[in-house]
Design a protein around this ligand. Structure first.
Ligand code: ADP
Length: 162
């Protein structure tokens, strides 16, 4: 039976760490849906959900079995409603574990038959987060090794560092 997975997140913006996880997971599952949250809770994103979608679509356009979609509401509801049996999350360091463990446990309470799976990125991206990329870009640092060229250009334009 084909197995489809969901990779949910804010992707503000998508980094090479996210891309690495999508590429690894696309080799494991029949279909991977990168699901970009429009409900960002207390976080105010730098990029609108439409901008985040467009950047992710461009960065991932060469992978056939990957689709980028937006969603609102509970991650588990989107997974169940779209027949996605797996929620993928990335683990970088021990510091990610506690929050991710809480989230996975809560999601299992909400919907028992959607499984959370964790992947680790290539070690080059173990320290990388969208937050760090935004902060370094804001201060004029070179982030070209951590995001795709389109994302780099979008960050420069948004932050006025071109
Ligand atoms: P969220 O706001 O839901 O944490 P993010 O867009 O920051 O959304 O991240 C989505 C997922 O990707 C999370 O599971 C996060 O741990 C993972 N992730 C983020 N950056 C990396 C990276 N460099 N390597 C591996 N996983 C990552």
């Amino acid at each position: 039976m084909p197995v489809a997975a969901m990779y949910p997140g804010t992707f503000d913006p998508i980094t090479l760490g996210h891309e690495d996880l999508v590429r690894r997971s696309s080799a494991l599952f029949d279909r991977v849906v990168v699901a970009i949250a429009s409900d960002t809770g207390s976080k105010t994103p730098l990029f609108s959900v439409e901008e985040r979608l467009e950047m992710a679509r461009t960065a991932l356009s060469d992978i056939d079995n990957v689709e980028v979609r937006r969603y609102a509401g509970l991650t588990v509801d989107f997974a169940r409603d779209n027949g996605l049996r797996v929620i993928l999350r990335g683990l970088r360091a021990v510091s990610d574990f506690e929050y991710e463990f809480q989230l996975a446990t809560m999601n299992r309470h909400l919907v028992d038959d959607v499984e959370t799976l964790f992947l680790t990125p290539d070690e080059r991206y173990n320290f990388l987060s969208s937050t760090l990329v935004r902060e370094v870009a804001q201060l004029g640092g070179d982030i070209s090794g951590f995001v795709s060229p389109d994302v780099n250009a979008a960050l420069k334009e948004r932050l006025g560092n071109s």
